[in-house]
Design a protein around this ligand. Structure first.
Ligand code: CAA
Length: 384
């Protein structure tokens, strides 16, 4: 067992960290305050290969592996969690399934420009009336000759306002439901009947856009169906197995940033004649924050390693996301506590980490759903 990144992985980690420190961290507070989508940063990330890290170079990606992607995601999220989720959705939830389930024509049109960062993708599974129960889709796609007619509304779509194409899941056979009744479609912005609905005003990750997407009698060529008809639920679930590792990395990045900020503050701030970090109460916080975040990273890298080995990793992704997101919330709360009153105001970044961390327990499967996935696997392993 080797607990070390290889040379390529270290190289991309360093490149992402340098870029994040130089170009992302300095604007993170402004992106949050102004609710501004960082177009210029996303464009540069594309040039650096960060928008399709684990997609082969022949399809416009960086040509690295999932472990490299996770290392880079952590660094970008350490600087700005909003930029982190924009990157994560384009990498894990859009480019990865188009590469894995697409044919060469689809990869040419729907992957190359996206993995290279020239265009942006999004993933549309949840709806106003269904999130955790992903199979209870109301969106329908009805076959009409060489096309499908798509009708429905998708909710909580990261990159919804900015994306050039959407990976959309819809019911093609209600009777079959999650066992062959759902199909996946690639829908380009500008397709008649495809519009952006409500833009959400969020607690955190305010530099990323989250919207409804509306499909009204939207005609999609059969050539834009990703995978076979009825294969959509499998596409969605395997994609989320990968996506959850990305969100775990986002949570770890937030936790790292919160620890660093709290330790620096505890070094500047004095009370009762000594630096705050010289008090045992604060030392214990620092020790627990660092230990738990190391544990979260180990779980996250294990899941990424299994994905690279093409081993089913639903349980391990669920564990990584569950543990890392709970940890990021605890670390951000504790960091805020170390800052005292200064943690509660926008002068320091502690309150932003606290707000940004919260979503990691909710999206790409709530932590209650992660527990369900983990428990089902554990029971199957033991009982059969
Ligand atoms: N990989 C491969 N196949 C899988 C699978 C996986 N991870 N999970 C399920 N399947 C297969 C099952 O094997 C089964 O097929 P068979 O009968 O042939 O074996 C079939 O799919 C149905 O499985 P289940 O009965 O377990 O399905 P379910 O309807 O009970 O749902 C669930 C299971 C885990 C609860 C699932 O619905 C789920 O993950 N829900 C959460 C959805 C989610 O994460 N949403 C987030 C949306 S993205 C987002 O957050 C927005 C954003 O932009 C960031």
């Amino acid at each position: 067992m080797i607990f070390e990144l290889n040379e390529d992985q270290k190289m991309i980690q360093k490149m992402a960290r340098d870029f994040a420190d130089r170009e992302v961290a300095p604007v993170a507070a402004e992106l949050d305050r102004e609710h501004r989508f960082p177009r210029e940063i996303v464009a540069k990330m594309g040039e650096l290969g960060l928008m399709g890290v684990a997609i082969p170079e022949e399809w416009g990606g960086g040509g690295f592996d999932t472990v490299s992607y996770i290392a880079a995601m952590t660094e970008i999220s350490r600087a700005c969690a909003s930029t982190g989720v924009i990157m994560s959705v384009n990498n894990s939830l859009y480019s990865d399934p188009v590469y894995k389930f697409g044919n060469d024509d689809q990869r040419e049109r729907f992957l190359r420009p996206y993995a290279s960062g020239k265009k942006l993708g999004c993933f549309c599974l949840s709806e106003p009336g269904t999130g955790s129960d992903a199979a209870a889709q109301s969106t329908v796609a009805v076959r009409d000759g060489d096309s499908y007619i798509l009708n429905g509304v998708k909710n909580w779509i990261t990159n919804g306002n900015e994306a050039d194409a959407a990976l959309v899941f819809a019911m093609t056979d209600k009777e079959k439901g999650n066992r062959g009744g759902i199909s996946a479609f690639l829908v380009e912005k500008g397709t008649p009947g495809f519009t952006v609905g409500k833009v959400e005003d969020k607690l955190g990750i305010r530099g990323s856009s989250t919207t409804q997407l509306v499909f009204e009698d939207c005609r999609i060529p059969v050539a834009n169906r990703l995978g076979e008809e009825g294969e959509g639920f499998k596409v969605a679930m395997t994609t989320l197995d990968g996506g959850r590792i990305g969100i775990a990395a986002q949570a770890n990045g937030i936790a790292r940033a919160a620890i660093e900020a709290a330790v620096r503050y505890a070094d500047e701030r004095k009370a009762f004649g000594q630096k705050v970090h010289q008090f045992q109460g604060i030392q214990w916080y620092i020790a627990d924050m660092a230990t738990r975040t190391d544990a979260a990273e180990l779980l996250t890298y294990r899941a990424a390693y299994l994905k690279d080995k093409k081993v089913r990793h639903s349980k391990e992704s669920g564990m990584a996301k569950l543990f890392a997101s709970d940890n990021a919330n605890w670390v951000a709360t504790t960091a805020l506590q170390i800052f005292g009153g200064y943690g509660y105001v926008t002068e320091y970044p502690a309150e932003r980490y606290f707000r940004d961390a919260r979503i990691t327990q909710i999206y790409e499967g709530t932590n209650e759903i992660q527990r369900l996935v983990i428990a089902n696997s554990v029971v199957k392993e033991i009982i059969g």
